[in-house]
Write a protein that binds this ligand. Sequence first.
Ligand SMILES: *Cc1c(COP(=O)(O)O)cnc(C)c1O
Length: 367
Amino acid sequence: MNKKISFAGPSITQKEIDYVIDGVKNGFYETFDMHIKKLEKTVCDYLDVKYGIAVHCCTLALHLACASIGLKKDDEVICPDFSCIPTVYPIVYTGATPIFVDIDPDSWCIDPNMIKKAITKKTKAIMLVHTFGHPAEMDKIMQIAKDHDLYVIEDAAPALGSTFKNQKTGTFGDVGCFSFHGAKVAVSGEGGIFVTNNEEIFKKARLLATMGRTDSKAVFWSDLLGYQYTIANLTAALALAQVERIEELVAKKRKIFSWYEKRLKNITGIKMIKEKKNCRSNYAYPSILLKDEIKIERDEILRIFKEQNIHARPTFPRMSRFPFFNISINNPIAENVFRRGISLPSAFNLTEEDANFVCDILLNLIE
Ligand SMILES: *Cc1c(COP(=O)(O)O)cnc(C)c1O
């Protein structure tokens, strides 16, 4: 068997080990949350935002976002029909209804023109995704939100370190949410963070995330139905070490993309999903689309990859088709990307040789 080429996996150095040991030794008693506080401050400073709340995972950060802007039954939230399902669950948790729209064929992010068409009297918010680390078109989206008085939540789960016109993704909307899941760029196994510049939203979210505990009438008193969403200090210690290395990590991801690009950019039949003008992508998941002229099925390519111990990933199915939504709408771009997209291996231990091997196998199959 060839060497395993993993789809994703982190870069762990002595720094991460030192921080976790520090967490084990010192992250209890009166310093029980020292790494959590540091993580929140470090992420806020890096992004240049005012408030951060580190939580158990990004899905919960997105739920805090939906809850703290006050989404409720009969509200509509416009979201892309192409993402990982945790983008949408939190909308549903509040009783609101996701309205699935099509994506931009070049970035695989929500198409601003489709947002406009989907707006109704019930629309309360836009939930966009910086898909695979590629920045969505934030200037157009924020303008639409302003014109129609809508909240904007950025699912920036994989997009730490990406920028749109030199501003970090996750800092444009009312709330931005990031993930430290083990397959993202900066990891802690499970983990996530909610960020905002809005003090009111921050206070509401902090209260919800900490069991709604106000201590107003007695110690341990709660004034509303809250949640217990806090991150473990030990987990935060690992995330902190990674966030302190974020620029180095993004540089490696961009390098991996450049290795693939060198080999694949002139191949007719393959479309590489690249950062747009004025954007920096962190290339969390370097991805390609097989154009119509390529006759071999995408899943056949993935099967042969697996035989070669190459672990690539198919793109997301359309969430609108999942049984608990089961909505029949036409989103042709998302449908095509679902059938013909591949995310290539980009674990942090990937070498240029590995990338070349992946390209050799791929090119041999399509030519
Ligand atoms: C990873 C991911 C999530 C979920 O993050 P968790 O930390 O695992 O909850 C949500 N949305 C997108 C776009 C993601 O890539």
